[in-house]
Design a protein around this ligand. Structure first.
Ligand code: ATP
Ligand code: ZN
Length: 283
């Protein structure tokens, strides 16, 4: 393979993070809003900007080799593609929601009811699994107004904060699927060297994002205490400071471990703590 083609969302909730991820991988390209294709100048890659709904099929059919899209869209289109990498953004949950004032107790109460959604395939699978017979009304947008209009008794849609539900007099009733952005590929492409190289870059960017470079100063007498508090570190660097009896500890740690230990580090005598972002971590 000479050039790899990746499909990403043209505009919408995944576009910005998708472009940012590719740029963080060191790829240079113009992000023309008006064009469908952009060529990367320093890696054999072409970027196709598409509607997210079209991405799974384009990848399955080989028009793009790989694609970046929400798991929900993959599930809804029912394509047969390879999952290459979960990307940790575009997280959301698909839920059934019902009007605030209704008395549904459990899922079985949805039997015989009308549920409006843009995700009929995912919903039907869920209802089949729960052995519920309901009437699915497929609509393409503004699903949350359907109960108010009398079109449906419940809805099935993406919910993130729940604000849209609340403002339409709805409440979450059942979680059906959680989703995040995923890098998918055409079946069989997993071991292509260009795919592997891009994957390695993506993974090094993701690893770096979760990790911080931390530098702190401590009196030598407190050094052991500090080193015990820094989890998961193989071997921090310890450098002498100009001031007699003091050292600087340099280390790389997961950000969440850092925050859970910050007060203990201070209590153990850490001073001048500096936390820095890391661009890439190559293992
Ligand atoms: P397109 O014009 O490409 O068809 P769209 O309107 O269908 O876009 P967006 O609203 O941009 O889609 O959402 C794209 C994806 O982002 C969703 O399919 C989902 O995977 C993810 N997502 C994450 N959080 C949310 C959210 N709060 N609301 C909607 N989608 C979300
Ligand atoms: Zn869409």
């Amino acid at each position: 393979m000479k050039t790899l083609k990746i499909a990403i969302q043209k505009s919408g909730r995944l576009n910005e993070k998708s472009v940012e991820l590719l740029k963080n991988c060191g790829l240079s390209f113009e992000n023309y809003k008006s064009s469908l294709i952009s060529t990367v100048s320093n890696f054999p890659l072409e970027i196709l900007f598409l509607r997210d709904d079209d991405i799974p099929e384009y990848v399955q059919d080989g028009i793009a080799d790989i694609g970046l899209v929400g798991e929900n869209v993959i599930a809804e289109t029912g394509v047969d593609v390879a999952y290459l990498q979960r990307l940790g953004f575009g997280k959301c949950t698909l839920k059934i929601a019902v009007p605030n004032n209704n008395q549904y107790q459990n899922i079985a109460d949805l039997s015989g009811k009308a549920i409006a959604t843009s995700y009929p395939v995912i919903l039907q699978k869920f209802l089949d699994k729960e052995k519920i017979n309901a009437d699915i009304k497929t609509i393409s947008g503004s699903v949350e107004i359907a109960p108010g209009l009398g079109l449906a008794d419940a809805i099935f849609d993406i919910v993130s904060t729940g604000g849209t539900l609340r403002s339409n007099g709805l409440k979450p009733f059942a979680d059906v699927m959680s989703s995040e952005a995923i890098l998918i590929g055409r079946k069989g492409i997993e071991n292509e060297h260009l795919v592997l190289e891009l994957l390695q870059r993506i993974q090094s960017v993701m690893r770096a994002k979760e990790t911080k470079y931390v530098v702190l100063n401590v009196e030598k007498s407190n050094l052991d205490k500090i080193l015990n508090l820094l989890p998961g570190v193989k071997s921090p660097s310890v450098l002498p400071l100009a001031e007699e009896g003091w050292v600087a500890v340099h280390t790389v740690i997961p950000e969440r471990d850092f925050w859970s230990h910050i007060n203990e580090l201070k209590a153990a005598g850490a001073q001048g703590i500096v936390v820095m972002p890391i661009e890439k971590i190559i293992l």
